[in-house]
Design a protein around this ligand. Sequence first.
Ligand SMILES: O=C[C@H](O)[C@H](O)[C@H](O)COP(=O)(O)O
Length: 222
Amino acid sequence: MDGKKLAGEKAVESVKDGMILGLGTGSTVYWSILKLGELVKKGLDIKGVPTSKSTEKLAKELGIPLVSFSSINQIDLTIDGADEVNPNFELIKGGGGALLREKMVASISKSSIIVIDETKYVPNLGEFPLPVEIVQFGWEVTSKQISTLGCKPELRTKNNSPFVTDNGNYIFDCYFEKIDDAVKLNTRLNMIPGVVENGLFVHLADTIVVGKRDSSVDILYK
Ligand SMILES: O=C[C@H](O)[C@H](O)[C@H](O)COP(=O)(O)O
């Protein structure tokens, strides 16, 4: 069975009536949102906070009640995907371009479950290029500054034009040889003028749900 589907559906078992729920973005959490839609139809009482326009659209189609991020101070639980996860529960996110809103939502979540298939659980972060969201103004200069941290930033494109995020920004996919110190790199990247946010999530996940090829699911707790 598909590891993404297994993990996505398993995470929903932690959802309880009355919760305000952060709804992540991507093809793994898609399965969580689909399951939530089914449960809402059967009477589950939750309110979702979407992390992207695509998740907002999906949740609306499924009849999941939503609440705007601006109107709340705290989220009970967020379920989201990731591109890489290491044994310290540090993540690379943003493969789908939603990292900024995802990080904002995660930052006010009491608890956060990350759903992945087993290919994404890695000893060291960095094989997946690190997404960094930047303002459009002077992106060439920002690229040079980011490269001094030891990577090759590539401007993400879509249909031969720069990819534009839900927030109107660009994304660099940054190729580091290996990321040894995610905490330090997260800080250094965010200190560069022009950088809005980067896809390193540190101290923002407490449970990892891993869907495996053999149809089993591992649940890792911090
Ligand atoms: O911007 C996208 C998000 O960070 C996703 O959660 C991440 O890229 C994982 O996506 P998927 O589950 O589709 O592999």
